[in-house]
Design a protein around this ligand. Sequence first.
Ligand code: ADQ
Length: 472
Amino acid sequence: MARLVVVSNRLADPRKTAAGGLAVALADVLNNTGGLWFGWSGKLIETADGGVPGEGKMHTHQAGPVKLVTLDLSREDHDSFYVGYSNGVLWPVFHYRLDLADFDAGYITGYRRVNQLFARKLQPLLRDDDVIWIHDYHLIPLAAELRALGCSQRIGFFLHIPLPPPLILAAIPGHDWLIRALFAYDLVGFQSEADHGHFCRYVESEAHAHNLGDGRWRAFNRTVQAGAFPIGIDVEEFTGLAEAPEGREMYERMRREYSRRKLLVGVDRLDYSKGLPQRMRAFRELLQRYPENHGKATLIQIASPSREDVSAYTDILHELESLCGSINGNFGELDWMPVRYMHRTVARTRLPGLYRASRVALVTPLRDGMNLVAKEFIAAQDPQDPGVLVLSRFAGAAEQLREALLVNPYDIEATANAVHLALQMPVEERRIRHQGLLDTIRQYDVHWWCDTFLDTLAKAEAEESGTPWLRL
Ligand code: ADQ
């Protein structure tokens, strides 16, 4: 079996449970192949001048059979590559938020410089028969940079966030360069059929690529295969966490504390794509329209701090705080707080107990690649008395989780109605819906995702040896 090399912006120690499902799944394969995981250390070069752009300080760390190699970045590279281009341009545009994009011309130079740095540092560590799997929007041009250095290994790419329709993508200056870079891969994976469809429409209309059938496209002297590979969770690992002492204790505590209430739960990174203000407005609408929920429904919203160096994130934080405050001010009683809002990360081991104690989960992003919280909520439920998932139709997960109550998060009234329905739903219907959802997340779990992607990559038709990569 060929060695697997994973490249992602951030790494997790695959031996720690806190790392979560993706790290656990990748660790399985990496452990089997004695693999290598390469990425940014999350740290900046600590010199007074902030380091030289395009240079990185490398660290190597052995985690069992897996070698973790990380780079510290210069301050300037961090600001242009990470804050600027990745999170100031690609993240908003790929989530359909052109209004929030900051098309500063300098950012793309830093983005390219860091991808070249990654390629330069990674290339000497590679073996000829390695299989390379590159993750997410920070590293779109990495395969092209590796090809330019002569790498001919199989390289796959997985985009964790959505790909927007061609006309939205085309708003990015240099969009043609970005999409052309995808042709340096042998396989490109998306979260959903919708995203894959956008890719097909783009390469056909903007890049005049030839459709070779079976998901294969030819352009720029290269053939790339593309498809949808919806990411899943490690269902066994997550139900294990729910049964573990910390999971049980959290569940018991929540049940005791809220014995007279029906709990609703929201767990998100604090990000404008997650639709948090719209969710709060829908909850306020629920309390206005259906007073029978007064004194009974309590929404626990956990929003973990995220990218606080980008201004759009501070705006959303203030909006959310003000909405929560006004709901509690207008509807709260001495013995009932409608919303409990926490701006922090909750330990992964405590999430299953919180999910299991909740009657309803509100997963209502305005746009999301997949959304794993939806799947974790399902996995944590008691099948005899399960909670109801209220899910945005704009989350990638909605393509698979058809038994959820699907909502349009922009439609506040309809969302409030769906939440009311979820709170009232009889146990028989809850069980039937939950069983369907559980079957789906078991069948398409994170191991299925990993295996299917890597099998498809292994079988993707190899480019004729000696085909030159036309430099970007
Ligand atoms: P994220 O946008 O980070 O990921 P999501 O899939 O919802 O979104 O969550 C990833 C993990 O973070 C989950 O395991 C979840 O439990 C955890 N998490 C989220 N908020 C948390 C909180 N407040 N406290 C503790 N843990 C929290 C990106 C894409 C998604 C895609 C994933 C995986 O944006 O669409 O599903 O990658 O591909």
